[in-house]
Design a protein around this ligand. Structure first.
Ligand SMILES: [Zn+2]
Length: 329
């Protein structure tokens, strides 16, 4: 789902907004957030009148999240509708922080995004919210500082989760939202996730002068160079910690994980499971003859295949994958 986050060109919080979007795009891949600046006067009036704002934006195209530095006239943090939302950054840093403003922005965007996905009107949302704070993203937070309880807990409660599923919400969207909430939670408790936003970690059975070596050198690396993504592989640097710990840390910290599977190395499958358990977006690569022999669990995952020895096709498919999924030019 593509979502545009729109902020006023005079916003003094541009850096925090950019940081939030960068993290949002790194911790999940279901929602793709892009940024846009605007000179819309309504977004820079003090206060922003919600009713006239919603009147003038209800018929907009696509999914849009508007961010204003100014307060909303009803003193709410935000409003969510079916296809647009309005988030106010006013007074967060002075009255509520910590957690940081960018964690707050991520939290609000998580709320708006799952709203879009579940196609909830503000009326439907009202039926869902908890009027009494319980540490769920759907707490109403009549007492505004209560929002921090939701951020520290970083969760959608089982009741709300079941309700969202019953509205037909995609499980992938729910998981993506939970990955965002986990990032918010870690930041709120002072252990922010450190992610290299432009780095891919490559996992495969490394060897020399064979199919894997050639696929790496002539397919994967040229593709990543073409689209400007940095890369690292398991054996590029020698650290003092045990290799497994090193690999796990790299999987945690890299935005993209590329895993080439074949039949010969169980470590690769362990690392695949680890990356999936962390909710990381994984690009699986396999040669066409191998794919039929892979374990059933792996076969059901989306896998990029290429004919044995055809590294040009592999390169093109890797480039296409990143362009299609991450809007990388
Ligand atoms: Zn709930």
């Amino acid at each position: 789902m593509n979502i545009t986050v729109i902020y006023h060109e005079q916003s003094i919080y541009e850096r925090q907004i950019r940081k939030a979007i960068s993290t949002l795009n790194s911790v999940q891949s279901y929602f793709i957030f892009s940024l846009q600046k605007t000179d819309l006067p309504v977004l820079n009036t003090d206060p922003v009148c919600w009713l006239s704002f919603s009147d003038s934006h209800s018929s907009g195209e696509g999914y849009n999240i508007f961010i204003s530095d100014k307060p909303i006239d009803d003193n709410w943090f935000s409003h969510e509708e079916r296809n647009f939302s309005l988030i106010s950054l006013d007074s967060w840093e002075d009255s509520f922080s910590p957690p940081s403003l960018s964690a707050y922005i991520m939290y609000q965007i998580a709320q708006a995004s799952i709203n879009f996905e579940a196609d909830l009107s503000e009326g439907m949302l009202f039926n869902l919210v908890h009027w009494k704070t319980q540490g769920c993203m759907f707490d109403f937070c009549d007492n505004k500082p209560d929002i921090k309880i939701g951020m520290v807990s970083g969760a959608i409660c089982p009741t709300c989760r079941a309700a969202l599923a019953s509205y037909g919400t995609d499980e992938k969207a729910l998981s993506a939202t939970e990955s965002i909430l986990e990032a918010v939670r870690l930041e709120a408790i002072g252990k922010p996730i450190l992610i290299n936003h432009n780095e891919a970690f490559i996992v495969m059975r490394f060897s020399t002068h064979d199919e894997n070596d050639h696929a790496y050198k002539y397919g994967i690396i040229p593709a990543l160079n073409d689209i400007g993504i940095n890369y690292r592989r398991g054996d590029d640097t020698i650290l003092s910690m045990p290799i497994l710990q090193k690999v796990q840390q790299a999987i945690k910290r890299s935005r993209f994980i590329i895993i080439k599977v074949d039949e010969k190395n169980l470590n690769v499958y362990f690392e695949l499971g680890y990356a999936m358990g962390l909710g990381k977006p994984v690009l699986l690569i396999s040669e066409e003859p191998f794919i039929d022999n892979l374990p059933t669990d792996i076969k059901n995952l989306e896998c990029l295949t290429y004919p044995h020895g055809d590294y040009e096709t592999l390169k093109e498919k890797v480039i296409k994958y990143f362009k299609d999924n991450y809007h990388i030019e």
